[in-house]
Design a protein around this ligand. Structure first.
Ligand code: SF4
Length: 256
């Protein structure tokens, strides 16, 4: 079993197109990308995880209450990020969401697209832990076997609530802060924040030394195959913090 499989299941067959919602053009693009997938699948740089850390402002283009110089990505942009990541081999989508899930309706659209079109497993990580009945109901509407809810260890009430609904809960913070993270670094991961900015991984978000560009600047393939792209963070920064919560490169170590 590959240690990049978080749940020990066999790799899923990717590229099972289904959603008619996005029309034939998207379906055609998707099939073209599937055809070129073989070329990357055996590469040492194969991407396994797409980790998107988002907020209501940055994730959904519905909110205008931002003075950030970079415009939020549209849902279509995010769907393209999923498409490209899947083409590169990603079979996990982790969505770390900084606002209550029910305020971010694109979460459900994007999760469904990843699951239905590519058979990806989706990890939902509500960063502040609050879950309402509406959130739980929406989670249950996803492919529940291919969904994980990532919650901090101490959020026992929320964990119990979700588990009582049959939702699989994983611990988002399996290590205390300050330790050396048991992780695989950014080698097989695409990390993107709510403004579409790519970094090596979550712990260095905002650090210009690990800024890899914007998702719309160039194809993700160029980013992940760029030899100048830092795949690991320097030792002094490689320390568990809250920014590591929900990181798939660490989840793989603890839950595979
Ligand atoms: S965010 Fe933390 S756990 Fe994830 S790869 Fe970076 S240092 Fe490791």
């Amino acid at each position: 079993m590959s240690d990049d499989q978080l749940d020990g299941t066999e790799p899923r067959e990717e590229g099972v197109s289904g959603s008619a919602v996005f029309g034939t053009a998207r379906g055609l693009i998707q099939r073209m990308r599937e055809c070129s997938q073989e070329a990357y699948i055996k590469s040492d740089e194969q991407v396994v995880y797409l980790w998107a850390c988002v907020t209501r402002t940055g994730f959904c283009n519905h909110s205008k209450d931002t003075d950030h110089p970079i415009a939020p990505l549209t849902l279509e942009d995010w769907l393209n990020v999923v498409d490209e990541s899947a083409t590169l081999g990603a079979n996990w989508l982790i969505l770390t969401v900084g606002d209550p899930l029910h305020l971010c309706p694109d979460v459900w659209e994007l999760s469904r697209w990843a699951q239905e079109s590519y058979g990806m497993t989706v990890g939902l990580h509500p960063k502040n832990g609050g879950l309402c009945a509406e959130d739980l109901e929406a989670i249950k509407q996803l492919d529940i076997n291919n969904t994980r809810l990532l919650l901090r260890e101490e959020w026992t009430d929320a964990r119990k609530l979700a588990e009582n609904e049959g939702i699989i809960v994983w611990t988002a913070n399996p290590q205390p802060p300050g330790e050396r993270p048991h992780c695989k670094g950014g080698t097989r991961m695409i990390f993107v924040n709510e403004h579409g900015i790519l970094y090596t991984c979550g712990v260095v978000e905002g650090n210009s030394n690990y800024h890899l560009g914007h998702v719309l600047d160039k194809r993700l393939k160029q980013v992940v195959t760029d030899p100048k792209r830092p795949r690991w963070v320097e030792k002094s920064l490689h320390v568990v913090s809250e920014n590591c919560d929900g990181c798939p490169a660490r989840m793989a170590v603890f839950f595979s």
